[in-house]
Design a binder for this molecule. Structure first.
Ligand SMILES: Nc1ncnc2c1ncn2[C@@H]1O[C@H](COP(=O)(O)OP(=O)(O)OP(=O)(O)O)[C@@H](O)[C@H]1O
Ligand SMILES: [Mg+2]
Length: 336
């Protein structure tokens, strides 16, 4: 079956000008696409630029360079009016269900606000019916409509956030760390709800997370980011079975394994050194200052984004044929 792209990100850059000649390179030349109906997981540690990508896709931030195409339309070329219309199709669920819901609004108001802004229903009655329907779809009930967000648990609040994101019947949802603030026991429930809604409504998700443990269960493909750059991208199974980039290998080795014997015997890769600043990123490969395999070339040249196996992209000199020959460097095998 031919895959249809709903979103294409091409060489996207988002730099913030901090004044005094300081430029913060939050997103630096990122390319990927999301297929219709899939969940694309975007992973990387705090500050690597995940939320900035999300906000730039949805048009909350202007881009510095590159393109964001949604259904073939260049998001940053649209007029205010066109962007407003597009927002119906693209929604965002935020990380912190405590901060993202207005504490002074009832659940009904929180969920119906986007409907009112977009004038979706002619009568209050129709709108209320839709609010009740949404509450039920996310596993809450109509009696919750008149309560306030603080009366709910974290997981329930995130369900309210999901209902709000669904209010305009979007095709595409950016879920920015939707489970990070929740208890582990509740995380799986919210992930299952998202999966179920995806099946029922044919939704496409960009699912942002800072670790790889939960992302595997929900994502079809995963992109790994480090300091504003995409370093590896492939289908979920191959990322776990055959991680190529040393950073991905380190991230995977940080996931605890429930079996104590395996847990004790396996090798854990601890990254040395501090995360560099995106204001003054390392030359060449941005990961080289913490990479256990760094070579001379890593400081001199930025590694190319190359497809080393079908659907498996990586930006790392270890997989560059020329570098391999020149230095007779053994390619790293799975070091987990
Ligand atoms: N509006 C802004 N102005 C200036 N710098 C910003 C702005 N938004 C983000 N940044 C910076 O851009 C970089 C990327 O931030 P971003 O929020 O995208 O990271 P993230 O990957 O979402 O991290 P987290 O996992 O903590 O949410 C950070 O260094 C951050 O300080
Ligand atoms: Mg973020």
């Amino acid at each position: 079956m031919a895959e249809e792209k709903i979103l294409e990100i091409k060489n996207l850059k988002k730099h913030f000008n901090l004044g005094k000649n300081q430029i913060l390179k939050a997103v630096n030349d990122v390319t990927f696409h999301v297929n219709k109906g899939e969940t694309f997981g975007l992973v990387g540690e705090s500050g690597c630029g995940k939320s900035t990508i999300g906000r730039t896709i949805i048009g909350l931030y202007n881009k510095t360079d590159g393109d964001v195409l949604f259904n073939g339309e260049n998001v940053h070329d649209l007029s205010e009016k066109e962007l407003f219309k597009l927002r119906q199709k693209m929604q965002m669920i935020f990380q912190d269900p405590y901060a993202s819901l207005n504490p002074r609004s009832t659940v009904r108001e929180v969920i119906s606000e986007p409907m009112e802004v977009h004038k979706l229903y002619k009568t209050k009655k129709e709108q209320n019916e839709r609010v009740y329907q949404l509450l039920e779809e996310v596993g809450l009930n109509r009696d919750h409509a008149n309560r306030y967000p603080h009366e709910f648990s974290g997981g329930q609040r995130q369900r309210i956030g999901i209902a709000r994101a669904l209010a305009l019947n979007p095709d595409f949802i950016i879920a920015d760390e939707p489970i990070s603030a929740l208890d582990v026991s509740v995380q799986a429930q919210v992930v299952n709800l998202l999966k179920q809604l995806q099946e029922e409504k044919g939704l496409t998700f960009l699912f942002i997370a800072h670790d790889l443990s939960m992302v595997k269960q929900i994502s079809d493909r995963i992109g790994v980011m480090y300091l504003g750059n995409m370093v590896e991208l492939t289908v979920s199974d191959s990322l776990y079975e055959n991680p190529l980039h040393p950073y991905t290998q380190a991230l995977l080795s940080a996931i605890p394994i429930p079996d104590p014997d395996i847990e004790e015997s396996r090798e854990r890769i601890i990254l040395e050194g501090e995360l560099p600043s995106p204001i003054n990123p390392p030359s060449g490969c941005v990961f080289r200052t913490r990479c256990p395999f760094a070579m001379g070339i890593c400081g001199q040249e930025k590694p190319e984004w190359q497809e080393v196996e079908e659907n498996h992209f990586v930006a790392c000199h270890l997989y560059n044929e020329k570098v391999k020959k020149d230095r007779r460097h053994e390619p790293v095998v799975n070091i987990r």
